[in-house]
Every structure is written in C-alpha cells, then in structure tokens.
Design a binder for this molecule. Structure first.
Ligand code: C5P
Length: 229
C-alpha cells in the first residue's frame, strides 16, 4: 500500500505548511478541485519544490467528450503529476482516446476511473444508471480495465471484488479510511487500515485523520509503520 494524503485544507498556505511538515516522507499527495482551481500549476510546482519525491494525484474527475478529455489529459501529463482520474461514465471511447493520447508520454501519469460517487444513495443512483451501485461499479471497473486504465477509485469494501473481476494488478484507490478507527465525520462507511490491507487496497486516501491530528507527521509515521509491517 502507498499512502495518499488528501490536501483538503482551506488555503494554499495551510496545505503547503502541511506538506512541509511531511516532507521527509516520499508519499502521495492528493490535490483536489478546490485547490487546483484556486492555486493551479504554481501549487503543484510548490509541492515538488518541498519534496521532489512527493507523488501527486490530481483529483479532477474529468468528464467531457473524448477529444476534450484527451486534450485535458495531455495538459495534465505535461504538468508532471503522477496520477489523475476520469469518470467511468464518460464511456469506453473516452477511455480509449485518453489512453491512446497519453501513450506517447514516456512517464505518463496513472489513470484511474471513478466508478460511483459515494454521495449517491441507491434511489438517486438508479434514476441515472438504472442499476444498483454495486452492480454498476463492477461493470465500470471491468470497462476501465478492458480499455487500458490503470485502476479505479472505489470503496475499501469493493476493492477485492473489483480485483477479482479484473486483475490483481488493477489498482484500487480508496477514500473513507480511518487508519486506527478515528472519527468517521461525514463518511458513511469507513474502513481501518487493517481492513484496507486485507482488501488489497493499493492507495488508501487519508485526509482529516492526518491533518486534524495535533501531530500530522507522527500520524503519518504510525501509518507508514503499520503499512510496512
Ligand atoms: O478527510 P477524509 O479522510 O474523509 O478525506 C477523504 C478524501 O477523499 C477527501 O478529499 C474526499 O473528497 C475524497 N473522496 C471521498 N469519497 C469519494 C471520493 C473522494 O471521500 N468517493
């Protein structure tokens, strides 16, 4: 497992201070919508300056026509980030077009697909996708695998089932982790790191349990020790 820290603090200053406090760890940093829209490319550069070995996951969940998605993916590759994501519901043609466009990049970023947004309840999900969340998530995961993506964003509880349906090497990135059973806050179904290991999660994404801790570096150290064991 490789730890991915969600940089979800309200300002660039606070996010960079958090990154600074974690600079001795070569971990993944998740940069989301809000931060990227506000702080853009200079923020990515500032992170790399703090620790050139930080790996960056740009969580922008692209969803548009295939050519526009491929254009955006190419710009993302040029930014030098290591991973980004698209919506699986953009479809097979979009997936193929994105992967084809990135194939000329030597160190292309990993591409993950978002299967089902966890904010959906079954009823609202059904009105759009006409299938249950579990069924559709697995179908989207298979489609992503068949069209050359590297993995999916999913819940810890679906990780192993998705690998069974695709391949053990198909990556799973899972938010909603409370490493040692911390407060779930607004997450509906949370998993511990122990469960994430059992479910073969590749990237546990952890935000509040780290940045709300009085000593984020110590928390990261504890997590890394647990992962290494
Ligand atoms: O603070 P916490 O550990 O709950 O943060 C989880 C991160 O993962 C947040 O950045 C949140 O937006 C993101 N995320 C999520 N559930 C999803 C997709 C992304 O919690 N389904």
């Amino acid at each position: 497992m490789e730890l991915c820290v969600a940089l979800d603090l309200p300002s660039a200053k606070e996010n960079l201070a958090l990154a600074e406090s974690l600079k001795s760890y070569n971990i993944w940093m998740k940069v989301g919508f809000r931060t990227y829209i506000r702080d853009g490319k200079p923020f990515i550069e500032a992170l790399k300056k703090i620790n050139p070995e930080f790996k960056i996951f740009l969580d922008l969940k692209l969803y548009d026509i295939p050519n526009t998605m491929a254009d955006a993916s190419e710009e993302i590759a040029k930014l030098g980030v290591n991973m980004f994501n698209i919506h699986a519901s953009a479809g097979a043609v979009a997936m193929k077009t994105v992967m084809k466009r990135l194939s000329s990049y030597e160190n292309r970023p990993l591409v993950l697909a978002v299967t089902a947004l966890t904010s959906f309840d079954e009823e609202n999900f059904m009105t759009i996708y006409e299938k249950s969340i579990d069924e559709k998530a697995e179908q989207f995961a298979k489609m992503s695998y068949e069209n050359g993506l590297d993995g999916v964003v999913c819940s810890t509880f679906e990780s192993q089932a998705i690998k069974n349906a695709t391949s053990s090497t198909f990556l799973t990135l899972c938010p909603g982790i409370r490493p040692f059973g911390e407060d779930a806050e607004d997450q509906q179904r949370v998993a511990t790191l122990e469960l994430a290991e059992q479910e073969n999660v590749d990237f546990p994404v952890i935000g509040r349990p780290i940045y709300k801790d009085e000593n984020p570096a110590q928390k990261v150290e504890d997590i890394l020790n647990m992962i290494k064991k």
